[in-house]
Design a binder for this molecule. Structure first.
Ligand SMILES: CC(C)(COP(=O)(O)OP(=O)(O)OC[C@H]1O[C@@H](n2cnc3c(N)ncnc32)[C@H](O)[C@@H]1OP(=O)(O)O)[C@@H](O)C(=O)NCCC(=O)NCCS
Length: 190
């Protein structure tokens, strides 16, 4: 690696990683992911990383721009990430209840995992009410393509694949490929 490349990495990547680290406000973080991309960790809850967790991918889209955003909003909210998990650039994981990502999961760029509605659905309480929320579990060895959204209450069974651009609104069994909006089973994996 030449000196010019090292300087560019420092100026355009490492400094941004430090910047978002210093902006992070979550006080209950455990484990240390390998950061190849800026990550902002917010909220009053717990965020835990297992061993060998990678955030960001070099020379993937959004590598020199954007950041990833994980938020465990309230004191009882939780994000649990297992071992050997890789999460590509510009993803958001927002927990009001709990989001669990088990071992060996791969997540593409621009994905959003959101265990709540963000606002109350009641007409007079949009800003003041509590949004509906339900736990999300992404089981072992799941592969999630780029630009996927996973919504509240979903469990994705182990080894399953979620196709590019899918919106997952209902739980997915193990060993299948789902795709589309709303995501439907398109194949079984042997
Ligand atoms: C879901 C996926 C794995 C399916 O691949 P495949 O098994 O080769 O499936 P096929 O291309 O044979 O498609 C099967 C059917 O599903 C549909 N389909 C495939 N991917 C789809 C998607 N993302 N959304 C909606 N429909 C999809 C196809 O149109 C086809 O429909 P048809 O049977 O009516 O013709 C693949 O399309 C995909 O999204 N890969 C992930 C890419 C990605 O984002 N990678 C991240 C970077 S590492």
């Amino acid at each position: 690696m030449g000196i010019l490349h090292k300087l560019k990495q420092f100026a355009f990547v490492k400094l941004r990683i430090l910047k978002y680290n210093s902006l992070s406000s979550c006080k209950q973080v455990s484990g240390q992911p390998k950061l190849y991309h800026p990550l902002l960790l917010n909220g009053k809850g717990k965020i835990s990383f297992g061993k060998n967790v990678q955030i960001g991918v070099v020379n993937s889209p959004n590598y020199y721009s954007h950041y990833s955003y994980f938020e465990a909003r309230n004191s009882e909210s939780e994000i649990v990430i297992g071992n050997n998990v890789s999460i590509n650039n510009h993803c958001s994981i927002e927990a009001l209840s709990k989001i669990t990502i088990q071992d060996d999961v791969l997540i593409g760029i621009n994905c959003s995992i959101l265990d709540n509605d963000g606002h109350s659905l009641e007409i007079d309480n949009r800003l003041s009410g509590t949004p509906k929320s339900a736990e999300i579990v992404i089981e072992k060895n799941v592969f999630i393509g780029d630009n996927v959204t996973i919504l509240k209450g979903v469990t994705i069974g182990e080894h399953s694949v979620v196709g590019n651009g899918s919106v997952v609104t209902k739980s997915v069994p193990s060993n299948v490929i789902v795709a589309g909006n709303p995501a439907q089973i398109i194949k079984e994996i042997k």
